[in-house]
Design a protein around this ligand. Sequence first.
Ligand code: UD1
Ligand code: CA
Length: 495
Amino acid sequence: MPRKRAEITALVLAAGEGTRMKSSLPKVLHPVCGRPMLLVMLDTLESLRPRRVLLVAGSDAERVMQAVGSRAEVAVQEERLGTGHAVLTAGPLLRPEDERILILAGDMPLVTASTLEELLALHQKSGAKATLLTVRLPDPTGYGRVVRNGTGEVQRIVEEKEATPSERRIDEINTSIYVFERSELFECLNGLGRDNRKGEYYLTDVVAMIRESGGKVSALTADDPCEGMGVNNRAELAEAERVLRGRINRRLMEEGVTMIDPSLTYVDLGVEVGEDTVIYPLTFLQGVTKIGRGCVIGPAARIIDSVLGDGVTVQESVVRESVLEDCSSVGPYASLRPGTRLGKGSRAGTFVEMKKTVVGEGSKVPHLSYMGDATIGRGVNVGAGSITCNYDGEKKHATVIEDGAFIGSDTMLIAPVRVGRGAVTGAGSSISRDVPDGALAVERSGQRIIENWKKRKGSDTARLRRPAISGGEGGDPGDANGWSEKSAGKDKEEL
Ligand code: UD1
Ligand code: CA
């Protein structure tokens, strides 16, 4: 059932420089489990069905706007003068009916919808003018501390830089998620100063101002401290990813997926996996990917933007932008590139690469092949080492192999070329002309037999005694394979 629309306007602050990321990408667009952290937050927010979502962006506004599209209305903060100033920047976007505002920092991808709902419910119930989300951290360094009075009421937030040594020992921190009554919030913001260590307008100062004017301030302390985590550098990004990965994997296991080692299984947000599928370690399921039931994936599989049916096997392979129908199998050591489609029960085996290739039901390409721009019918067998020569240096050309054809090992299919229904190519052939249905095509130079070759070159023991490198008696540097220019000339004369 869709949630009831919340009587709330969401405001996401994302104009910070993100300097500690040391990146050309705006901080809030760094992905966690495959999705930019800002979009992860918008997903969470949208599940609450807020009245509107507003966003404050900074110098990277254009890229941020591109990423969020129509999902948020954006105000641009030209000068970053602090979180209080950022909220003021969004002022002109507000309408009279936006009476209650949920403010969040854009770098908190781990906050959950249920915690936000609890926060809104507490704000409503307590009749507060401001309600904070806080967490307790074993190491609160860097965060604003929540200062309470003797009866436990929130008095103010003190930033790390302004805190006294005893305040620094407080382990309850401000997460940067708050609910405010709009009129009180803006009254205070308009009176805000920047007389502090950073010379910024601190949104956090509003809390004490509301208290001083007799307004009530409530706080919800989230049980899971991860929810309050802000991502400011790459180490925190990795930590956020680890936590999110754990949540994704736990959900999949609850839904009936077996993971041999969830700590070594990497599934992007939004990937679907069916019941009774077994995932071996070092598997990456990425992008828009859907895996059916009863599949065996990994070890060491990377599947990107692909759809797999039921009963599919993929081991030690890369599959990108491909479709693998029921009971098909891939690998070990295969690379399926964009536009590949494996039909039911078909196979792309060991050291096989495919690109823009359709393989019909039950067909097999078991070993050491490259199939590019090929259409392979049903019940085809492609022998080991066969390849499509699809590129002439300028253009790509198509290869068609009709139903039931048998491609002998090491066939070069020089495209454009067609092998007809039930046709056969001889092993080692270069096929450059179409092969009619049911025909055999062989292209091979004749084999020569040189009788008594071994006897004429001396006994095995004599050969073994010869030094490995030439110069020794009877040594012949070209002779390692029983063949050299000299002997070749001689044989020619004799034949
Ligand atoms: C802030 C809080 C701190 C809290 C911490 C939680 C203040 C003064 N401090 O500190 O109490 O414990 O978050 O992570 O609010 N931003 C703008 N414009 C600006 C400045 C910041 O949009 O001019 C945005 C940033 O993009 C970010 C958020 O506001 O999303 C918080 O800013 P940040 O610089 O990360 O604040 P912290 O120092 O982490
Ligand atoms: Ca922060």
